[in-house]
Design a protein around this ligand. Sequence first.
Ligand code: FAD
Length: 486
Amino acid sequence: MRTVEGEEVARGIMNEVTIIGAGLAGAEAAWQLARRGVEVRLFEMRPKKMTPAHKTGLFAELVCSNSLRANGLENAVGLLKEEMRRLDSLVMAVADSVSVPAGGALAVDRDLFAQEITNRVTVLPGVTVCREELTILPEQGVVIVATGPLTSESLAEHIRQLTGEETLAFFDAAAPIVTVESVDMDKVYWASRYDKGGADYLNCPMDEDRYREFREALLAAEVHEDHLGLDEGEATKGKVFEACMPLEVMAARGYETMAFGPLKPVGLRDPRCGRTPFAVVQLRKENAAGSLLNLVGFQTHLRWGEQERVFRMIPGLERAEFVRYGVMHRNTFLNAPRVLDGDFGLRGDPRVFFAGQITGVEGYVESAASGLMAGINAWRRVQGCSTLVFPETTALGGLARHLAGSPTGDFQPMNINFGLLPPLGERVRGKKEKNSRLARRALNALEDFCSGALEDFCSAGCQEVLRIEGCLSGDDLATIQPISDG
Ligand SMILES: Cc1cc2nc3c(=O)[nH]c(=O)nc-3n(C[C@H](O)[C@H](O)[C@H](O)COP(=O)(O)OP(=O)(O)OC[C@H]3O[C@@H](n4cnc5c(N)ncnc54)[C@H](O)[C@@H]3O)c2cc1C
């Protein structure tokens, strides 16, 4: 392997980047770099050394839900996905090509998704895949650390020493999966909320008596012994991801909390009686064949036997066959506002970038988005050019702003949401209209930014770089269209 001194990096002599971790973020970063002609050494420890959540050696394995969430531009994660598509995201291209029906959301066949990403990255010219765990960062050359929430312990300890920060360990959770053939179809019905998109969810309706019994059983059920140093009390005190909260923790928060959360019945009228149930458990297709269904929002820390006993109280699931049980795991992330800059670089060390969940973004799409930005910036670094901070009015920039600009005191991982973007500066009636204007502003800003960044690039004396294979070119820019005002 060719090595590079720090000074050479600063002068932009080196054309090679080491990426640690081939998850959502690492795979996307590798793609962004390699298509611009940068050589990439991609280290992935699986399958030699597995994490507690991954099951395969494939890149970009989705460890829990198979959903990349909402697709429409009126939703912030839909906007983020669109911005990524316009910047030639690998994760988005593959997700779109292996999607499964999921109403207004983008869900994927998880096996095809991971297989296709692995194939496309592996055959990229200039990419060398090393199936090894790295326990320390390479001493030379530009590095992107994308080792995720389950970063191996030795590397996590090394990063903690490097950044001088406590690396935090939180609980996180994954939902169970059942076979469709084991569901009692006489008790359930297909529908999407408010009939949006196709009838893609299988809905298990509950009356109030059944809901009460179910909640009581859930609260009384045995949970796994804590193996990570946090007890259930700490979990209920908030040491869990809000967006991936175990169902039993949610149930403990209040009688109706579940009925306002994952068991929300609104927009899901039962067509057989014409009434809206008290609560609804939704099951979503897990694979393209539709043979597997996951229990939406049912991440849990219950013992496996207890999961069977309690979840079989759900109407239609009395004989459910579980092909995966819910599990809980560690989550590792940096105190980003203290140690990261808005370009995903480690403050004070021009060689090192971070990407993915370890930066404190949360979610598959957000992790891939940070990989995209870190990849572009690592490319600029090896070319000796200034790095980029995406405009704060874009969803990409909103994420970067959350990391670098949040108060350092109690920094928490966060999904993308419109609250991370600056307000419009004008009063707009209705959430839908407001969100669509925010989206329009974001896509226009992204277009301006791409042309602006290129001009910047030229004035920095990097005209040579504009000619390298895969560099953003006039052709690329032509694909970045402002959305119409209509
Ligand atoms: C249990 C669980 C459930 C989750 N559920 C969801 C969900 O339903 N929806 C959602 O949007 N997000 C979910 N997340 C959060 C997050 O979006 C995913 O974890 C996502 O995969 C993060 O992407 P990443 O690229 O940062 O990390 P990963 O996809 O985990 O990739 C990191 C890679 O680095 C490798 N690695 C780690 N250490 C080393 C090392 N020292 N050397 C070499 N390789 C190493 C790992 O093997 C892994 O392949 C979940 C997280 C967990 C842990």
